[in-house]
Design a protein around this ligand. Structure first.
Ligand SMILES: Cc1cc2nc3c(=O)[nH]c(=O)nc-3n(C[C@H](O)[C@H](O)[C@H](O)COP(=O)(O)O)c2cc1C
Length: 350
């Protein structure tokens, strides 16, 4: 009989037994002592849900509209690099599952299939996550290539001026990623030995420069400070992903959910604000949306599915979270995403 996975934690366990030690450490790794990773997830339980009664919840609409496209659910796939470490079909399998389930996918710069390969046949096209390399000319060509392949939204990751202190997988990172043992198709043969995917010299001036190169919308991923949220508005970016890179960069003891509250106060519905980090249950999704997130993204959870069963595993993980979210919306008396707001939340008084 086929194993039935009831939740994300079942998939996490299955992935642990399937993956090599190196791949597992890369997936679950985090900065320093992993306090930020833990806080990302544990903070959700500090907020309570207050359900409403006697609402007709026989029909639930979870559709998300974003930049003119419609998706089946507010659960988006965060960019994850090096996906061939987890399954031979890598991000191609992820794309197949996202497309089949109507979920938006964000394709990483540093995964092993090119954007063109991943996006082929998908509708709507995935967003593209950009690491601005130390070679602006290479970055420019990459931007032009993804736009020519139908990408409408560029997600610039801004929280990796340098790679965080991930002690458990530092060696593996150097051998596979820096050493380029697994090819990174978006950048294959383009960077010299002294060049790097991450550019520590990047400043806010990269935004007008990107706008000169393309017509794609620009979203910044990795915003935590309200001051940076203000700068996002000043530089006219189209959206924000509140994220601490899944606790892989700075050991900040600040969860993305806490940062979301500060950012939302500044953006005040002017631009979409997404959140990632620590989402493991439908109730987590609901709480983030009730705090003002337009949608949420997940990273490790869908990779647990990928490692366990390729595209079918990713599809199932997304289905599990969608099913949990739907049930929780019904239990709260909420019929669609527009109805989700702070009135369903309570902060413990003792
Ligand atoms: C193995 C792995 C690889 C990642 N690669 C990228 C990447 O290439 N680009 C990026 O912007 N974020 C990357 N991230 C961060 C995710 O996009 C996301 O912010 C994070 O995984 C969300 O936290 P969660 O795993 O708790 O859902 C990666 C995360 C993991 C776990």
């Amino acid at each position: 009989m086929a194993t039935v996975f009831k939740n994300i934690f079942d998939y996490e366990q299955a992935a642990a037994s399937k993956l090599s030690q190196d791949a597992y450490e890369y997936l679950t790794g985090g900065a320093d002592d992993k306090r930020t990773i833990k806080r990302n997830a544990s903070v959700f339980s500090k907020i309570q849900l207050v359900p409403r009664r006697l609402v007709d919840v026989s029909k639930i609409d979870m559709k998300l509209s974003l930049f003119g496209n419609e998706y089946a659910s507010p659960i988006i796939l965060s960019p994850v690099g090096m996906q061939k470490l987890f399954h031979p079909d890598g991000a191609k399998a992820t794309a197949k599952a996202a497309d089949a389930g109507g979920h938006l996918m964000i394709a990483s710069t540093v995964t092993n299939h090119s954007y063109a390969t991943i996006a082929k046949g998908m509708a709507p096209k995935p967003w593209f996550q950009l690491y601005s390399t130390t070679q602006l000319e290479v970055t420019k060509q990459l931007i032009k290539t993804v736009e020519a392949n139908g990408c409408e939204v560029l997600v610039l990751t801004v929280d990796v001026p340098v790679v965080g202190n991930r002690e458990k997988h530092a060696k593996m990172l150097v051998e596979n990623v820096e050493g380029r043992a697994l090819s990174i198709e978006n950048l294959a043969g383009k960077l010299g030995p002294e060049d790097h995917f991450h550019n520590p010299a990047l400043t806010w001036e990269i935004i007008p420069w990107i706008k000169e190169q393309c017509k794609m919308k620009i979203i910044l991923k990795g915003i935590l400070s309200p001051k940076d949220a203000s700068l996002c508005l000043k530089y006219d970016v189209d959206g924000i992903i509140v994220s601490n890179h899944g606790g892989r960069q700075l050991e900040s003891d600040l969860s993305s959910l806490e940062a979301l509250m500060d950012v939302i106060e500044i953006t005040n519905t002017q631009i979409p604000v997404l959140l990632d980090g620590g989402i493991r249950r439908g109730t987590d999704v609901l709480k983030a949306l009730a705090l003002g997130a337009t949608a949420v993204c997940i990273g490790r959870p869908y990779i647990y599915g990928l490692a366990t069963d390729g595209a079918a595993g990713v599809f199932d993980v997304l289905n599990i979270l969608d099913t949990e979210l739907k049930r929780n919306m019904q239990l709260c008396g909420i019929r669609n995403l527009e109805e989700i707001d702070g009135s369903y939340l309570r902060f413990p008084k003792f």
